[in-house]
Design a protein around this ligand. Structure first.
Ligand code: NAD
Ligand code: UDP
Length: 328
C-alpha cells in the first residue's frame, strides 16, 4: 500500500483529503497542531485501520518512520481573520514548515504537492487570472503575511524541484467552500451562513462590488488528486470560474436559505482583492478537470452542515486554540 502524509489534516481541506486518500486505498498519516483546525473533522477516521494521526507543528523538524510515497502540504491558516491574528505562525508555516516538508520529501524520495493560493496574484490587474500572471501583492499590507509566505513557498518548492530533482506539484487554490469549514473563521460563506442562522444582518464589506468565484470542496479535492498524479510540475489553478459579486452573493444566500436577514455594509478590509476568477484552461487541458458542482447545490449542502452544528458552535466567536498558541 502506498503511504501519504497530509499536513493540516484537521483542517477543512486536509480532512477531506484524508477521506479521499483513505477511500482510494492509501495508508494516510494526518499531521496537525490544531491551531485553526479541529479534532472533530477527523473524529470519524481516527479508528480507521489505515489512518494514523500525529499532533505536530510542522515548523519544527518532521520525523516520520518508514517509507513515504506522497506528501500533501496543507498546513496553514487560510482565512484572513486567522492569519491576521496569527501573522508570525502564518509566515513560519509557509516558509519553515514548507522547508521541513520539502526536506522530508527529499529524504524519503516522496512526491510532494504544495497548497498554494489565488492570493499569490494579490489584488490582480489581470482578469481572469492565468498561471502566467506574476501578481500584484503588497508585501507589507495585512495580507502580506499570507501572500508572501505562499509566494516563498512556491519559490522554495521550485528550487527543490530544480536543484534536488524532487517531484513537486503546486496547486493554486481559489476560494473553496463546503462542510467542515469553521463557522467562525470569518470567510464569507461561513460568515453569511452563521449570520442567517443567528438571525443577524449580513455584513457586506465595501459596496459588495468585489468579486469571488466559489469552488465546492468535492471538485477541489478531485482537482488536487488529479494534479498529484499528473506529470506536471508547474503551478495549476484549481477553482470554479463562475464569478459573482459579494453583494449579489449575499442576496443569493438569503434567497437560497429562506433567511429573513437584511444586508448591512461595513468597511472594506485593506488590500481586499477587488476581483478574483481563475482561468482554468490549464487544469482542463492537462488534468481533464473542471468543476461539476453548481453553486446552488454546493451551498445547500454547506448550509445543511452549518444547520447541524450545536447552539454552542453557532455562538463561538473565537477558535478554542488561539489563546494557547498566541501566548506561545
Ligand atoms: P484550515 O484552517 O481549515 O486548515 C489548515 C490546517 O492547518 C488546520 O487544521 C491547522 O490547525 C493546521 N496548521 C496550521 N499551522 C500548522 C502548523 N504549523 N503545524 C501543523 N498544522 C498546522 O484551512 P483550509 O481552508 O483547510 O486551508 C488548507 C490549505 O489550503 C492552506 O494551506 C491554505 O492556504 C490553502 N488554501 C485554502 C483555500 C480555501 O479556500 N479553503 C484557498 C486557497 C488556499
Ligand atoms: N466579506 C464580506 N463580509 C464578510 C466576510 C467577507 O463582504 O462578513 C468579503 C471580503 O471582504 C471579500 C470576500 O467577502 O471581499 C471574500 O472574503 P473571504 O474572507 O471569504 O476570502 P478572501 O477571498 O478575501 O480571501
Amino acid at each position: 500500500m502506498e503511504r501519504v502524509l497530509i499536513t493540516g489534516a484537521a483542517g477543512f481541506l486536509g480532512s477531506h483529503l484524508c477521506d479521499k486518500f483513505l477511500n482510494e486505498g492509501f495508508k494516510v498519516i494526518g499531521m496537525d497542531n490544531f491551531i485553526t483546525g479541529s479534532s472533530k473533522n477527523i473524529a470519524h477516521i481516527l479508528a480507521h485501520p489505515n489512518f494514523e494521526f500525529i499532533e505536530h507543528d510542522v515548523t519544527e523538524y518532521i520525523a516520520i518512520d518508514g517509507k513515504l510515497d506522497y506528501i500533501l502540504h496543507f498546513a496553514s491558516p487560510a482565512s484572513p481573520i486567522d492569519y491576521l491574528r496569527i501573522p508570525i505562525q502564518t509566515l513560519k508555516v509557509g516558509s519553515l514548515g514548507t522547508h521541513n516538508v520539502l526536506g522530508l520529501a527529499k529524504a524519503k524520495k516522496a512526491r510532494v504537492l504544495i497548497a498554494s493560493t489565488s492570493e499569490v496574484y494579490g489584488d490582480p490587474l489581470v482578469h481572469p487570472q492565468t498561471e502566467a500572471y506574476y501578481g500584484n501583492v503588497n508585501p507589507i499590507g495585512p495580507r502580506g503575511v499570507y501572500d508572501e509566505a505562499k509566494r516563498f513557498q512556491e519559490a522554495m518548492t521550485m528550487a527543490y524541484h530544480n536543484f534536488h530533482g524532487i517531484e513537486t506539484r503546486i496547486v493554486r487554490i481559489f476560494n473553496t467552500y463546503g462542510p467542515r469549514m469553521r463557522l467562525n473563521d470569518g470567510r464569507v460563506i461561513p460568515a453569511f451562513m452563521g449570520q442567517i442562522l443567528r438571525g443577524e444582518d449580513l455584513t457586506v464589506f465595501g459596496d459588495g462590488s468585489q468579486t469571488r468565484s466559489f469552488c465546492y470542496i468535492d471538485d477541489q479535492i478531485d482537482g488536487i488528486f488529479k494534479l498529484l498524479f499528473s506529470d506536471y510540475h508547474l503551478p495549476v489553478n484549481i477553482g470554479n470560474p463562475e464569478e459573482i459579486s459579494i453583494l449579489d452573493f449575499a442576496k443569493e444566500i438569503i434567497a437560497l436559505t429562506g433567511g429573513q436577514s437584511t444586508i448591512i455594509f461595513k468597511e472594506l478590509p485593506v488590500n481586499d482583492p477587488l476581483q478574483r476568477c481563475p482561468d482554468i484552461t490549464k487544469a482542463q487541458t492537462i488534468l481533464g478537470w473542471k468543476p461539476k458542482v453548481d453553486r446552488k447545490t454546493g451551498m445547500k449542502r454547506t448550509f445543511d452542515y452549518f444547520k447541524s452544528l450545536s447552539e454552542q458552535e453557532l455562538y463561538e466567536t473565537q477558535h478554542k486554540n488561539f489563546d494557547k498558541y498566541i501566548k506561545k
